[in-house]
Design a protein around this ligand. Structure first.
Ligand code: GDP
Ligand code: MG
Length: 193
């Protein structure tokens, strides 16, 4: 299934000079860059990106509580309030400087991109993934310091999210449909048959 997905290299990735390294990993996997721009997003745009959804915020809060418990710090804070705080921290973090927004296209692009990026929490992200290899942070530490976790990247998690996020960050004219020399080998069902 050929899919498109939205990827953001967050401000820490831009600041740390990791754009080439990160783009190279997607290119080598065979994902095609069909949209790309450096953008300094407003808090308003980031607020739409991380939609203010109670169920989603509560889910993030519940995960943060479970994570804190694992680390021996029990808390009775309302999960929704924690999720809202994480969202607010993310809004500041993402709008603190330029980000690189990308649309990647290819077979199973949504899940493949997330596999390449690795788990959300840098501390437990697998070695060999972008977050596992290139970031050092931890949810617990970020939550204690009441800041966003510096995990370098965002990527859409499923088709409806990808569609919504691509439309939020890119106009139709900014997405380019073009052939590459690799298309035949990667995507033509007749190749090698
Ligand atoms: P992703 O799709 O893997 O990026 O993860 P989510 O969609 O669940 O969360 C969105 C973003 O919120 C993550 O990339 C993190 O920056 C942040 N985040 C999620 N959960 C937590 C948490 O428990 N603590 C903190 N500090 N940040 C979190
Ligand atoms: Mg997500």
């Amino acid at each position: 299934m050929i899919e498109k997905t939205l990827v953001i290299i967050k401000p820490d990735g831009v600041q740390r000079g990791l754009l080439g390294e990160i783009l190279g990993r997607f290119e080598r996997a065979g994902l095609k860059i069909v949209g790309m721009k450096l953008a300094w997003p407003s808090e308003e745009l980031v607020g739409q990106h991380y939609a203010d959804d109670d169920d989603y915020n509560r889910g993030v809060g519940e995960r943060a509580l479970a994570n804190a418990k694992e680390h021996g710090t029990e808390s009775s804070e309302d999960p929704l309030a924690i999720g809202q705080r994480v969202r607010a921290a993310n809004m500041k973090y993402l709008s603190t400087g330029p980000v690189l927004a990308l649309v990647l296209k290819g077979n199973t692009a949504i899940q493949t991109t997330r596999n390449i990026i690795g788990g959300t929490n840098p501390l437990s992200a697998d070695i060999g993934t972008i977050r596992g290899d290139l970031s050092v942070d931890d949810f617990s530490q970020a939550d204690i310091e009441k800041r966003a976790v510096r995990n370098l990247m965002h990527a859409s998690s499923e088709p409806a999210e990808a569609e919504r996020e691509i439309a939020l960050w890119f106009t139709a004219e900014e997405i380019h449909d073009y052939q590459t020399v690799m298309d035949k080998v990667l995507h033509d069902p007749a190749w090698g048959a």
